[in-house]
Design a protein around this ligand. Structure first.
Ligand code: ATP
Ligand code: MG
Length: 429
């Protein structure tokens, strides 16, 4: 029969890789707890309108990347392409934003119909962090501090740099858009096709163009930073001063705009040159208008999302952490004899109660002593426990160190197995 395959760009994460994923996820959630952030969980599917109204109709995501379908009730639903809109929707709906601040995070799969390649999938995973109710650059700084700490804990600090910009208020941008469009219209023929198309719909995205010719033309374009109003200027000055004070290095990149419509003032990206074209690990900014745009009372907000696949790749590429992760068990329990399973399982349960953090595989499926020994070796376990008929008849059990040539196998009374193991586990660590 023919095999059913996974959907292109939607990858399995296999047992050999989950130790790294779990390590990164735990590091992230512990760190966010340190800073007082609470986890929020929301559905993977939302009404399509939510994303159209927040991300913006003329963005790559809404124009061509969303997984949108009608359900049996003919309602248009979309697999979430990002979490911010969902998070804001959940906060408004559950009254989390009334006269209170929120520091929130979430983690999970996102879906975008893109061309799959290294660091770019159709189902990918993000950790997102969102802060509500704080308008000053202090909280923007906090977000950058906590990401910088995360890079240190994951051993990738040296491989990432922070790019920073202010895109001002909606009004600042409207004025800038006009100036940009009238400049670019004079060079219409020289722009790449995508940029020509965007000139009428989303001209700011042209700043993002990877086309070298377009980039050259942009060198002579008006600068967004010259169009910032006093408020945006002060906010940005406050942010850069705070970053200087806490010792976070950054590069101001005046071409940095974000792909989504809802940002204002601060935008930033943590980028690396170690992963080829997919170099943005973490991206975010301020979105003071979004809550109101989605039907809530106005609440200032700032946040970011990081791509976990790219972070995993980076940790594997540059860090030493990936090599240290090991999901081998501590013990492989060999049961070599007819009818010994009940005795072995009782002993194993006692050990699990005595050593809650011990990882132990109890051999299943029978087989000879020799074949079980092979499996024990292959499992990477430090110790084998061996219950054979001779041992069982005398109330004994054997402990065999598997990775220490200097240590010999010993036989102990089953009744004192836990005590004996405690010291052997210490010495074989
Ligand atoms: P890119 O420019 O790489 O397409 P983006 O601007 O679309 O990124 P965001 O919407 O800001 O990305 O998402 C935040 C982060 O999520 C990105 O920096 C990246 O790490 C990750 N990410 C986005 N799209 C994908 C994808 N298709 N596959 C894997 N990771 C992704
Ligand atoms: Mg994208």
């Amino acid at each position: 029969m023919s095999q059913v395959r996974a959907i292109r760009g939607m990858n399995d994460i296999l047992p050999g890789d989950t130790a790294l994923w779990q390590f990164i996820e735990k590091t992230v959630s512990d760190l966010l707890c340190q800073y007082g952030y609470s986890e929020i969980r929301f559905p993977i599917v939302e009404y399509t309108d939510l994303f159209k109204r927040s991300i913006g109709e003329v963005t790559d995501i809404v124009e061509k990347e969303m997984y949108t379908f009608n359900d049996r009730n003919e309602e248009s639903l979309t697999l979430r392409p990002e979490g911010t809109a969902c998070c804001v929707r959940a906060c408004i709906q559950n009254g989390l934003l009334h006269n209170q601040q929120q520091r929130l995070w979430y983690s999970g799969p996102m879906f975008r119909y893109e061309r799959p390649q290294k660091g770019r999938q159709r189902q990918f995973h993000q950790v997102g962090v969102e802060c509500f109710g704080m308008s000053g650059p202090d909280v923007d700084t906090e977000l950058l501090l906590l990401t910088a700490r995360l890079w240190r804990e994951l051993g990738v600090s040296e491989a990432v740099t922070l790019e920073l910009n202010s895109i001002g208020s909606l009004q600042d941008r409207a004025a800038y858009k006009q100036a940009l469009v009238s400049y670019l219209e004079q060079h219409l023929d020289e722009l790449d096709a995508d940029s020509q198309r965007r000139l009428g719909s989303n001209p700011l995205r042209i700043l993002d163009s990877k086309d070298s010719n377009t980039q050259k033309i942009l060198d002579g374009a008006p600068n967004l930073s010259d169009f910032l109003g006093v408020e945006a200027q002060q906010h940005f000055a406050g942010l850069t001063a705070a970053l200087d004070a806490v010792g976070i290095a950054y590069r101001v990149n005046t071409r940095l705009v974000r792909g989504l419509d809802y940002y204002n003032c601060t935008v930033f990206e943590w980028v690396t040159d170690k992963l080829g074209a997919q170099g943005t690990i973490c991206a975010g900014g301020r979105y003071d208008g979004l809550v109101e745009q989605l039907g809530g009372k106005p609440v200032p907000a700032v946040g970011f999302a990081m791509g976990l696949e790219r972070l995993c790749l980076l940790v594997q590429e540059v860090g030493t952490i990936a090599d240290q992760l090991d999901n081998s068990p501590d013990i492989y329990f060999i049961i070599a004899g007819e009818g010994l399973y009940p005795v072995a399982l009782v002993l194993a349960e006692e050990l699990r109660s005595a050593f809650p953090s011990l990882s132990m595989i109890v051999h299943g499926g029978g087989g000879s002593f020799k074949s079980q020994m092979k499996k024990a070796d292959k499992s990477g376990a430090r110790l084998a426990l061996i219950l054979g008929e001779d041992e069982a008849n005398q109330g004994l059990i054997s402990i065999k160190p598997l990775r220490r040539a200097d240590m010999v196998q010993i036989q102990v009374k089953q009744a004192v197995l836990a005590q004996e193991l405690a010291s052997i586990l210490q010495t074989t660590k």
